[in-house]
Design a protein around this ligand. Structure first.
Ligand code: NAD
Length: 388
């Protein structure tokens, strides 16, 4: 019996090697002057920003560049970028980079469109709602992990309050997502591993969440299979085009899946961990995924037992009890790509645990509500302790 569901992902996806070249015509259809948002000077140095500016100019689209954005973008950086875009007359925001650049571009599109600081839309009793005033967004992803090019979410960090909420609405999907695996070849092994693990965590969580749909289930199953097949290869040899291609597609499938099925307890925890300790998102997910799987699997055993099977690229579940086997398969992958570092090695301290668990309950409550085992604060503390 197919369950009732709704599904809405209004993103034009342009996928394939060399598709950066399509950016000119795509952006021309929605704006006259683009702000190209990147995290730091890396892509200026490698010439990628200039390549994109040229492609845009050839289509008659002017551009300005803003690079003052950190990995895990800060709300203050987003406000500064929105002010820069306003001064420069930009009417479309392009995130060029990983999730941080794309989320920053989304944040600037919200802040500038509503002429309000971005944090007004993030937290608090008077949290502003995101409307159609949001400027159009284009996402050009250079990592294969967050799937931000396919989601409505933007994850924004406040260093003063140590909070890292995810915000989004139907207006914050990218109008166009360009997924060009060629742009991912330059990712170092560590970034490939941690971003690739983020894509796996998305696929596991959206697959097992109470909001999973028959469509996102297909996406998640294929994404898990592709990650099992290609993540080790992409980490070992960044120039392996087939592996980069497979990971790029898995990343986008994972993104589409969390746009609808959302994320569960592990992402709830990872946001709060990132707010308190400024960790690398994919690394903290790797530290906590085995324990969160063990915690949640009794709530959705049929799905959890499939995970190991898809990671091994098998299509037949041999009928044994496969639950713990799925966790062990994930742990094998974590070790093989060098992500087997507990939270304590990532700068999280025993004394941070209560604050992290409180943060999940306070501003990532949705992620625990849709987890199949609906954890309490006590459960969160227990998972964090086991993941140190
Ligand atoms: P990132 O964007 O922070 O990038 C990590 C580092 O890799 C940066 O220094 C960046 O310059 C570099 N980099 C990116 N692409 C590269 C390339 N091709 N070659 C060489 N270096 C490259 O990493 P990320 O994991 O993609 O994004 C993390 C952020 O996204 C976090 O804030 C996380 O919370 C958020 N996130 C958002 C969503 C969403 O749906 N919006 C989902 C998951 C995570």
């Amino acid at each position: 019996m197919i369950k009732d569901f709704s599904f809405y992902i209004p993103v034009k996806l342009v996928f394939g090697e060399g598709k950066l070249a399509a950016a000119g015509d795509e952006v021309k259809a929605i704006g006259k002057k683009a702000l190209i948002v990147t995290t730091g000077e890396l892509f200026k140095k490698t010439g990628l920003v200039d390549r994109l500016a040229k492609v845009l100019a050839a289509a008659g689209v002017a551009s300005a560049e803003y690079s003052d954005v950190s990995p895990n973008p800060l709300h203050t950086e987003i406000d500064a970028g929105a002010a820069f875009a306003k001064k420069n007359g930009c009417d479309v925001m392009i995130g060029l980079g990983g999730g941080s650049a794309i989320d920053a571009a989304k944040g600037m599109a919200i802040a500038l469109g509503h002429d309000r600081p971005i944090w007004d839309f993030c937290m608090g009793p008077n949290q502003a709602s995101i409307s159609s005033k949001t400027l159009p967004i284009v996402a050009i992803t250079t990592t294969s992990g967050t799937g931000s090019e396919g989601t409505q979410w933007a994850v924004i960090t406040n260093k003063a309050t140590l909070e890292k909420p995810g915000i989004g609405s139907d207006y914050t999907f990218a109008r166009v997502a360009i997924v060009d695996p060629e742009l991912m070849v330059s990712m170092p092994p560590k970034v490939t591993a941690s971003t690739g693990f983020d894509a796996l965590a998305h696929s596991i969580e959206a697959y097992t969440s109470t909001l999973a749909t028959p469509i996102t289930d297909m996406y998640c199953e294929e994404a898990i299979r592709l990650i099992g097949k290609y993540l080790r290869r992409a980490v070992k040899d960044g120039k392996d085009r087939e592996a980069r291609n497979g990971m790029a597609f898995a990343n986008t499938l994972g993104g589409f899946s969390i746009a609808v099925g959302i994320v569960t307890v592990c992402h709830g925890l990872a946001h709060s961990v990132g707010g308190v300790a400024n960790t690398t998102h994919g690394e903290s997910l790797a530290a906590m995924t085995p324990q969160t799987m063990r915690f949640s699997m009794a709530g959705n055993p049929d799905k959890f037992k499939n995970i190991g099977m898809f990671l091994r690229d098998e299509y037949v579940n041999l009928g044994q009890e496969r639950l713990e086997d799925s966790v062990r398969e994930v742990e094998r992958l974590i070790a093989d790509v060098g992500l087997d570092n507990g939270l304590s090695k990532q700068g999280v301290k025993e004394g941070d645990i209560e604050r992290i668990a409180d943060g999940v309950v306070r501003y990532m409550g949705g992620s625990i509500e849709i987890d199949p085992m609906n954890p309490t604060k006590k459960d969160l503390v227990e998972i964090l302790r086991k993941s140190m």
